[in-house]
Design a protein around this ligand. Structure first.
Ligand code: GTP
Length: 597
């Protein structure tokens, strides 16, 4: 049977332990990319661009490996590397039977080594550990092999010691894949169940779905149904991916490939969903599907109101390739028309902001990110609040619950004291501490998500001199003494500055904002009072004194070009200002408030 010679696997590792380098060596050694093709690509710039785009986005590549006259198909499935994307990682792993766990022999086990390993174990994968970077003088393979062996219950002497960089022992990795990872099981004649583990949008062809067939057979012409969204489509092409897409007659159980069906609505396609035959549907979808919800929210507003349409178009385009991105129109008294946008995490948010700026060239203001609160109204009803300015009046609700995460902090043991202090400052609740080896520990804390959103990771890194690592997963909601803090400029609340915050932290936060804004809001023709208030009660205050800033004051005499330059500079500066009531607020001020939190 064809599937007896298929091996589906992922490579998992802590960042920089050599995942991509090993993948390159495996591609090279199996001659997946013929030398002449490499040449062709280099000759044709346009093609190269295109191929590169695809390669970056290709999440499964098919390697052919011949051993003792047998040909094996090795499907290497890539996983995104960051905690924000752990659901996607888990779906990619669900498409595999095995995983290669790469551990840097100079660094040993690190935070993401463990978190990825746990995801692989949850998906019942066969795990093959390898020690990488043994070419480096600082490598300590014997010691690391022992630790990894203990962790996995794997004979340390059997762990391949490789250098992905210089190519030492790579063939051994290929042999392990063939010998240790089980061939896929599944029934090609059963009802169709195909797992979508990734998708991308192509302007010409619509959504391209990366899939793993668990059961059944998928052919062009078939009518398919996406079980979670209910949408149906007709398959136009199926195939597998080496350096480019190779159309095939069919994909059968055990195979990894892609399917095209003229899908233009990306929201129909959800990672982790099951594709089935619309005319002969499977009884159940594959397990593990989750509707992914944003973890954090922020308002995105054009600096120039004229850009609103451009911003909407840019967000629509981004959404095509990023199904996790969610947004809806929102208006702010201070900022005008914009969008409330939901992200998987801070990294995801940064990526989106950067892309709006770079690829779409829209100047935006983003408001302080916040989590989504569950607000229980006095009538007993619960509403979800993802924008602080929409929190109902305090008299209308009984309690506010905020999301928590289970955080695992990974650190050399000498930094435990400092990190525990940090977690306590962040309202964390200690759960336990485990030793990984004689020098490293994992601290487990329950923490409010809102508290780890900002500088937590940076502080963790600085306390642990760069050696610490963080991993977290959602862990329910809890009621706390949360209040809405407003910032007023000359008595007007600036809705974009409002935050929901723990009462114990509100005074110091309000003070810090007032002090910071005092320096950032330019002097105007009148005094500007900056106040922090909870439910109308002022808890802090600062004032920007009135003075008219005369930019020409310094250039006496006749240098007209210099004068003009200064005036132009001032005009530029004005572009980045927002008027709030009568007060002009520079974008810098919004960013500063954001970075303070
Ligand atoms: P991310 O994709 O960023 O998560 O990293 P990765 O795990 O894919 O690591 P990558 O393959 O990019 O390697 C990280 C760095 O380690 C690169 O500078 C590599 O050149 C280097 N590296 C990888 N394998 C080896 C090795 O066997 N020996 C040595 N000396 N360096 C290596």
């Amino acid at each position: 049977k064809i599937e007896d010679n298929i091996r589906n696997f992922s490579i998992i590792a802590h960042i920089d332990h050599g995942k991509s380098t090993l993948a390159d060596r495996l591609i090279e050694l199996t001659k997946t990319v013929a030398e002449k093709d490499m040449q062709n690509q280099l000759l044709d710039d346009m093609d190269l661009e295109r191929e590169r785009g695809i390669t970056i986005k290709a999440h499964a590549i098919r390697l052919l490996y011949e051993r003792n006259g047998e040909q094996y198909i090795l499907n290497m499935i890539d996983t995104p590397g960051h905690v924000d994307f752990s659901y996607e990682v888990s779906r990619s792993l669900a498409a595999c039977e095995g995983a290669i766990l790469v551990v840097d022999a100079t660094q040993g086990i690190q935070a993401q080594t463990l978190s990825n390993l746990y995801l692989a174990i949850e998906n019942d994968l066969t795990i093959i550990p390898v020690l990488n970077k043994v070419d480096l003088p600082s490598a300590n393979p014997d010691h690391v092999a022992q630790l990894v062996g203990d962790l996995l219950g794997y004979d340390p002497d059997k762990i391949p010691r490789i250098s992905a960089k210089t190519g030492i022992n790579i063939p051994e990795v290929l042999d392990r894949i063939v010998d240790e990872i089980p061939a896929p099981k599944g029934d090609a004649s059963a009802k169709l169940q195909a797992l979508i583990f990734d998708s991308m949008y192509d302007t010409y062809r619509g959504v391209i779905n990366d899939i793993r067939i668990m059961n059944g057979t998928l052919r062009p012409g078939m009518e398919i149904q996406l079980m979670a969204s209910g949408a149906t489509y007709t398959v136009t092409e199926v195939g597998t991916f080496t350096m480019k897409r190779n159309p095939r007659k069919e994909l059968t159980a055990g195979m990894v490939g892609y399917v095209l069906a003229n899908v233009k609505t990306i929201s129909d396609v959800k990672i982790g969903d099951t594709i089935t035959d619309a005319n002969d549907p499977a009884e159940n979808p594959l397990p593990g599907y989750k509707d992914i919800q944003p973890m954090i929210y922020s308002g995105i507003y054009p600096i120039d109101p004229e850009d609103y349409k451009n911003l909407r178009e840019a967000l629509e385009k981004l959404k095509l390739n990023d199904s996790a991105l969610q947004w809806e129109p929102e208006t702010s008294d201070a900022l005008g028309f914009g969008f409330r946008t939901g992200f998987l995490g801070l990294l995801h948010m940064e990526i989106v902001q950067e892309r709006l700026d770079r690829e779409f060239n829209v100047n935006i203001i983003t408001t302080v990110p916040n989590v989504e609160y569950h607000v229980y109204l006095t009538g007993g009803e619960m509403i979800k609040v993802s924008s602080p300015s929409r929190l109902p009046d305090a008299s209308r609700y009984e309690r506010i619950e905020e999301p928590y995460v289970k955080a695992q902090i990974f650190t050399p043991k000498e930094y435990v004291g400092g990190l525990m202090k940090l977690c306590e400052e962040k309202r964390g609740e200690f759960e336990n501490m485990e030793y990984i080896d004689e020098t490293k520990v994992i601290l487990k804390y329950d923490l409010p998500l809102a508290e780890i959103m900002f500088d937590f990771y940076d502080k963790l890194k600085s306390i642990s001199r760069g050696y610490g690592g963080l991993d977290y997963a959602p862990n329910g909601y809890r009621a706390n003494n949360l209040v809405k803090l407003d910032i007023l400029l000359n008595g007007d609340p600036v809705d974009a500055f409002s935050v929901i915050i723990h009462r114990d932290k509100s005074a110091s936060y309000a003070n810090a904002i007032c002090v910071r804004l005092k320096d950032l809001i330019p002097r105007q023709q009148f005094d500007v009072a900056i106040q922090g208030a909870i439910g109308g009660k002022i808890i802090s205050r600062s004032t920007v004194k009135a003075v008219r800033k005369d930019v020409l004051a310094k250039c006496y005499g006749g240098d007209i070009t210099r004068k003009r330059k200064l005036l132009e500079k001032q005009k530029e500066g004005k572009k980045r200002m927002k008027s709030i009531g009568t007060v002009e607020v520079p974008q810098k001020a919004f960013l500063a408030v954001l970075s303070l939190s």
